[in-house]
Write a protein that binds this ligand. Structure first.
Ligand SMILES: Nc1ncnc2c1ncn2[C@@H]1O[C@H](COP(=O)(O)OP(=O)(O)OP(=O)(O)O)[C@@H](O)[C@H]1O
Ligand SMILES: [Mg+2]
Length: 257
């Protein structure tokens, strides 16, 4: 045994303990869903992603920073038989004897956190949400107004410096897409211009509204008419999980240097 444990909290100290090393508590991996534009599908994406993680037996928490409380409301509607998701209502005023970190504390076992954020997210709130996340998902509707405001939002994210400083990845999901429409092509062209990857898209479908009304994600639905969208969600969720794994491996490698 080499170390004497007196080097403060630098996580790199753990590698020096060889066989007897102390393994720090696993960090949950956090996905932020954000776009300053209202109504672009943040809550729909956040709830569907949380439902997907839960369906993969990951201990999942859904953290709602939006005072509208839409994700928190969705969670209240969730049937007890569905894969469990913990809820954290991070919005609202703190009471006098409460700190933000106390109120937003996660249950100990949580492996995946999905953060739903309010429209108009900006400034230090935006910086803080990015800093607390491993991956940022930006849903964009393929309409001229939404594409224009998404450009401003992505510019603001870049100006915070948080992505660069902290080596975070931003991924765009086109929401409510009707494929082969002109606006969908325009959105792709716009993302290519910004050098941003469009990860994928979600279809414009009543299935999303129907699932939301029952506290479910697409992945929780059954029936032949949902099979295609479920397969699609397995691709989206699998891809996001893969990105989280890559980031985790990258961080581990950095710590071992
Ligand atoms: N892929 C989709 N297909 C059909 N309807 C959708 C889809 N995505 C979102 N919607 C509907 O669009 C509306 C807005 O979606 P949502 O609430 O997720 O947006 P939001 O960005 O969270 O809005 P806000 O900024 O108010 O929080 C909702 O009624 C939702 O059911
Ligand atoms: Mg919302």
């Amino acid at each position: 045994m080499h170390g004497n444990g007196s080097r403060g909290h630098d996580p790199r100290q753990y590698r020096d303990f060889g066989e007897l090393r102390v393994i720090p508590r696993a960090q949950p991996r956090t996905v932020l869903v954000a776009n300053a534009k209202g109504g672009c599908g943040k809550t729909t994406l956040a709830t569907n992603l949380a439902a997907w993680f839960a369906s993969r037996e990951k201990a999942t928490a859904l953290m709602d920073f939006d005072p509208q409380g839409s994700s928190a409301h969705w969670l209240k509607l969730r049937p007890t038989a569905a894969a469990p998701i913990s809820g954290i209502a991070a919005y609202g005023r703190l009471s006098s004897n409460e700190t933000r970190s106390f109120r937003n504390r996660l249950p100990r076992h949580v492996e995946r956190v999905v953060v739903d954020s309010p429209a108009g997210l900006t400034g230090t709130d935006l910086y803080d949400r990015i800093s607390d996340s491993d991956l940022i998902l930006v849903p964009i509707l393929p309409s001229p107004i939404d594409i224009h405001s998404a450009a401003n939002f992505i510019r603001e994210i870049e100006m915070t410096g948080a992505l660069r400083e902290q080596n975070k990845q931003l991924l765009v999901i086109a929401n409510r897409v009707r494929r082969n429409t002109i606006m969908f092509s325009k959105l792709n062209a716009f993302l290519a211009e910004l050098g941003l990857p469009r990860v994928t898209y979600t279809r414009d479908s009543q299935l999303y509204t129907r699932a939301a009304a029952r506290g479910m994600g697409i992945i929780d639905l059954s029936g032949s008419q949902v099979e295609d969208e479920k397969t699609h969600w397995n691709r989206i969720g699998g891809w996001i999980e893969h990105q989280l794994q890559l980031r985790h491996q990258h961080r581990q490698q950095m710590l071992q240097r």
